[in-house]
Design a protein around this ligand. Structure first.
Ligand code: TXA
Ligand code: MG
Length: 340
């Protein structure tokens, strides 16, 4: 067990401590604008391999390398197509990860043995300052145990990773709350492999040609594992009317994440039904989702019920995470029929 330090970047000494730890090959959880990352010096294969141990993540799952600036691109990648520069100029620093052919010197530990590498310049000022000041590039997956919810605050990181990492740098709540959009520039066409804060329309507008978003793909993206981002409590996503019907008929302890206001007073509402009013705007919803799921999970309820949000493209990152976080939807059908 490590004695995990909680560092406050408002103190120069504590920010420097984070930089020193990284330079020494230690693990530091760092804030990004998407979710917290579990960082190690990307040039140090031993440090990077400790990330996999701390997370319990299989060694063949590649990591994203976080750069201080677009100028570092040529150090980490080779045969970079012009579209990479177009996207990087438009969206970096920001929640966009580009998959490119890795430079020869990059350790396969970082890329899970692949010839490609995921790169991004994060937009969080604390992390950017750390990378710039210490001339670092850090490999960092989300700072959660394998298959668990990505953390959007330092407290959430501490709750699951204390004892497993050397330090957590507290940069406050994450601005987006959902992981970066992953775009592959490896093939003939540009493909979105993980939906995220930057949507297909925004990418197409900048590139001036079509971007593909395959429903199924073989490329290794851990978010591509179907059972991922799962809370410990079973989560079911359903329409508002199905959700209301279920609530009225159940004796279970339930947490409800809804967009449509619940009728008040609800005549049948039980004290063990805890409701969370979710934002109706997709960006605000994304920012809240993991935090609320995490809170709901900590309540010790039997079930988390979630009202399905919209289906238009602005919701695609949220829809993607919900599909992966939810338990088998056929179960809810069984629960509904047994409750009536
Ligand atoms: O917003 C984010 O992307 C956050 C923050 C910390 O930057 N990071 C993150 O990392 O979500 P992680 O490891 O939880 O998810 C990154 C995904 C993984 O599913 C990995 O498989 C994929 O990126 N990835 C990384 N390098 C890749 C590569 N060379 N080829 C295919 N997929 C890759
Ligand atoms: Mg992750």
């Amino acid at each position: 067990m490590l004695n995990t330090e909680l560092l406050n970047p408002a103190s120069t000494a504590q920010l420097e401590r984070a930089g020193e730890l990284l330079q020494q090959g230690k693990l530091v959880a760092v804030p990004t604008e998407t979710v917290y990352g579990l960082a190690a010096d990307a040039t140090n294969p031993d440090a990077v391999s400790a990330i996999f141990t701390a997370k319990g993540r299989p060694a063949d799952h590649p990591l994203i390398v976080h750069l201080h600036d677009i100028s570092a691109l040529t150090h980490w990648a080779q045969h970079i197509p012009p579209s990479a520069y177009v996207l990087a100029e438009a969206f970096w620093p920001g929640p966009l990860t580009l998959l490119l052919q890795k430079a020869d010197h990059v350790s396969p530990v970082v890329t899970g043995g692949l010839d490609s590498i995921g790169l991004r310049v994060p937009a969080h000022p604390v992390l950017l300052e750390l990378l710039t000041r210490f001339k670092l590039a850090v490999a960092a997956p989300s700072a959660n145990p394998y298959k668990k919810l990505s953390p959007t605050s330092a407290q959430q990181v501490m709750a699951t990773m204390a004892g497993k990492v050397d330090a957590v740098l507290d940069g406050g709540d994450c601005e987006f709350g959902l992981e970066s959009t992953i775009v592959s520039l490896l093939g003939d066409r540009v493909e979105v492999l993980r939906a995220g804060p930057i949507g297909v329309a925004a990418l197409e507008q900048v590139l001036g040609f079509a971007v593909h978003q395959p429903k199924k793909h073989q490329v290794k993206v851990s978010g591509n594992v179907l059972a991922h981002y799962q809370p410990n409590t079973p989560l079911y996503c359903l329409t508002f009317s199905a959700l209301s019907q279920y609530l009225d008929g159940t004796q279970q302890k339930v947490a409800v994440l809804h967009i449509t206001p619940l009728a008040t007073p609800r005549p049948h509402a039980l004290p063990q039904q805890v409701s969370f009013q979710m934002p109706s705007d997709p960006v605000a919803y994304g920012r809240a989702l993991y935090r609320v799921m995490y809170e709901a999970d900590a309540l010790g309820v039997d079930t988390i019920l979630l009202e399905l949000p919209g289906t238009d493209p602005q919701w695609s990152a949220v829809q993607d995470r919900l599909a992966r976080a939810s338990s088998d939807p056929t179960n809810i059908v069984g629960m509904l029929s047994s409750s009536t």
